[in-house]
Design a protein around this ligand. Structure first.
Ligand code: TXA
Ligand code: MG
Length: 313
């Protein structure tokens, strides 16, 4: 932990676990260090990073004036799988925020993440630790697959308990808006604040430009083609049809399917936790197509379906 903190302070990149996905960290107050993140990931420079903190005090130091909603949300859901977009203070380098006058901040619940932030002594700028466009890594092996030779170290904290990324909430507008569904369900946010806005781009409004710049990119995509199926029967039919063609097929569903690479989940929460690892794992088996049984878009299911639609595009 000490060594990882030193590397970060010295301007190097260190990947680390959070309860959502692994992050690719750099000193968030050092523009040169943050720049290395974009290089290592092949990330477009117009896509800002999240600053990770380990206390509410550190959060307040990074922000300008906070809205009442921001204070309520931070008090209720932090530490946890939620990112708040707030007005930034002037010490934050432009590379971190891609030139915006707002900054995204997250206080993760994962103990290793908190300890690392404290060891570094600075907020850690970190996107997910995957190459741009591929599924986010939820274990150290998946980070290594994308980042070997590109970064100084990986802090191995085992698997991520939530598995999907954090919910991103813009608190700088009159009405609070969800920019990316994630680990904290919209229903819980509304339980605290009343009705909130969903970014129109999330509801498939074609012309809408997403307010989280990263949401406009194709994302989360494995090498295999991803096909979404509403019922298990549909999957059965598709697998039978492909059998004659001698294709390698992957299936992610609530029941096991014989004669293909089958991965099983119980419910939306388990699919959220395992989806990215399943997609990477099926790519290693070199399947051509992955059929996925979809879940309802309530609770964590909204975040899961958002990722699946992008993967299937
Ligand atoms: O769970 C997570 O959020 C993980 C872990 C590592 O914390 N991080 C993560 O980072 O998913 P990344 O970079 O893959 O996604 C961050 C998203 C991007 O879509 C980016 O455009 C958006 O946050 N974002 C960052 N700063 C923003 C800002 N000031 N305003 C609006 N969107 C912002
Ligand atoms: Mg990402």
């Amino acid at each position: 932990m000490q060594k990882a903190g030193e590397l970060l302070r010295g301007g190097e990149l260190v990947a680390f676990p959070t309860e959502t996905v692994y992050g690719l960290g750099a000193n968030g107050l050092d523009g040169e260090a943050a720049k290395k993140i974009y290089e290592a990931k092949g990330r477009p420079s117009d896509n800002p990073l999240i600053l990770h903190v380990a206390s509410l005090y550190q959060f307040k130091e990074l922000s300008g004036k906070l809205s009442r909603s921001a204070i309520l949300l931070a008090g209720e859901f932090w530490p946890g799988p939620m990112t708040l977009v707030v007005k930034k203070n002037k010490h934050i380098p432009d590379v971190v925020t891609a030139g915006l006058d707002t900054v995204a901040v997250r206080y993760p619940a994962n103990r290793d993440a908190q300890e690392l932030i404290r060891a570094a002594g600075v907020p850690i700028a970190a996107p997910s630790a995957n190459l741009s466009g591929s599924p986010s890594p939820t274990n150290a092996r998946d980070v290594l697959e994308d980042m070997e030779g590109r970064i100084a170290a990986i802090l191995d904290g085992g698997g991520c308990s939530v598995g999907g990324e954090s919910t991103i909430i813009d608190t700088t507008t009159n009405r609070v808006a969800i920019l990316r569904p994630g680990g904290i369900p919209v229903e819980m946010v509304e339980g605290l604040l009343g009705a909130v806005q969903l970014d129109p781009a999330l509801q498939g409004v074609e012309a809408a430009v997403p307010k989280a710049p990263g949401m406009k990119y194709r994302h989360y995509a494995p090498k295999a083609k991803v096909v979404l199926c509403q019922t298990f029967q549909e999957i059965g039919a598709a697998v039978r049809e492909n059998r004659g063609k001698k294709r390698k097929i992957g299936v992610i569903a609530q029941k096991r399917v014989v004669g293909c690479f089958s991965r099983v989940y119980r419910d939306g929460a388990e699919l959220a936790e395992k989806l990215f690892a399943f997609l990477r794992d099926l790519d290693r088996k070199q399947v051509e197509i992955i059929y996925v049984e979809t879940v309802l878009e309530t609770g964590i299911g909204l975040a899961v379906m958002n990722r699946l639609r992008k993967a299937a595009r």
